[in-house]
Ligand binder design. Structure first.
Ligand code: HEM
Length: 308
């Protein structure tokens, strides 16, 4: 006989349980993803150590993962819609709060690296533009994390909450500028992440253009991918040309030659975008038609409304 036992009520810290108190494999997987950077750091420390400047090493790691989790949180909506996998929305908040935790650790480690001299920390943040930008991004992430609870969603109201949480795009821009400015030599990674970020903003634009909540067609996603890939090539060429005082066209010529030894970020952005198009084609063929998603104000126990 099927069990009619109700799941145990969920305590707020039991983030591996869903809104109805059931153990959620997706939440467990997300928790593992959020803790993976710590496991990687422990492994690296035990195998090769953290080098001559261990705190600086961990500052870089925490900043890198904070940025990555901001981008993954932003990717949830496109992936959820394109892969027709609505459950993903349930873990977006966890990923966003995870990004905040890594960003907060990044700054605390920076304070430790400055020997807890808060005057020096403040003057560094005021005097170095890339740190000022990082600080503003951190304030933004703090506001989003502080308003991520169901209680805050109800208190602010669905519309105002969504408006506030749209600022994640601005925070993404600030963090990318911070990342670019502190990168001294190789801009491969910041350029690649900026390309993916550009794709996600473009996707958001496509949805806004289509007033109905239907999915943009695969051809529109393919055109978006092409535009963003070309923009990534162009942006990288201009960046390198400015850094090395050379012609952007010459850099672009070399970048467009496909070289397996140094695959330029534009190519990887193109491949990632085309993969998404393929997922869309497969899912639109085999998935059941999606119900249009309304965004009512949540009640207790429901997840936060659609954002970003
Ligand atoms: C007050 C705020 C912040 C301070 C003081 C700060 C400080 C720093 C410092 C000192 C570095 C290393 C620079 C170097 O070694 O030359 C760095 C790198 C970085 N920071 Fe921040 N940061 C702040 C905010 C943020 C935030 C909010 C994020 C992301 C959400 C972030 C992401 C990064 C990234 C991705 C890097 C490069 C990591 C890498 O090399 O892979 N930072 N930051």
């Amino acid at each position: 006989m099927a069990s009619t036992r109700k799941p145990a009520p969920k305590a707020p810290w039991q983030i591996w349980r869903d809104g109805s108190g059931r153990l959620s494999p997706l939440r467990l997987l997300t928790l593992a993803l959020l803790l993976a950077p710590v496991a990687i750091a422990v492994y690296d420390f035990n195998t090769e150590g953290f080098g001559a400047r261990p705190i600086n090493n961990v500052i870089h790691r925490a900043g890198y993962w904070a940025l990555l989790f901001v981008m993954i949180a932003l990717a949830v909506t496109p992936l959820r819609r394109i892969a027709r996998f609505n459950q993903l929305a349930d873990v977006r908040r966890m990923i966003g709060v995870g990004a905040f935790v890594y960003a907060a650790s990044h700054i605390l480690l920076f304070v430790a690296d400055q020997k807890y001299d808060l005057g020096k920390v403040a003057s560094e943040i005021v005097l170095r533009v890339y740190l000022t930008i990082g600080f503003v991004a951190l304030l933004g992430l703090t506001a989003l994390a502080a308003t991520s609870t169901d209680g805050m969603v109800r208190r602010l109201g669905s519309k105002r909450w969504q408006l506030l949480h749209q600022s994640i795009y601005l925070i993404g821009v600030l963090v990318l500028i911070h990342f670019f400015q502190q990168t001294k030599a190789d801009i491969w990674l910041p350029t690649f992440v900026a390309g993916l970020f550009g794709w996600m903003i473009g996707y958001r634009g496509l949805i806004k253009l289509r007033k109905a909540r239907s999915e943009p067609p695969a051809w529109a996603l393919a055109v978006l991918t092409l535009i963003v890939a070309v923009a990534t090539f162009a942006a990288e060429a201009v960046g390198i040309a400015i850094a090395f005082n050379t012609s952007p066209l010459r850099v672009l010529e070399t970048a467009l030659e496909f070289d397996l030894d140094v695959i330029r970020p534009g190519w990887v952005v193109l491949a990632a975008g085309l993969l998404v198009v393929a997922v869309d084609l497969v899912r639109s063929r085999f998935a059941r038609p999606r119900r249009p998603a309304a965004a009512p104000a949540p009640t207790a126990g429901q997840r936060a409304p659609e954002m970003a």
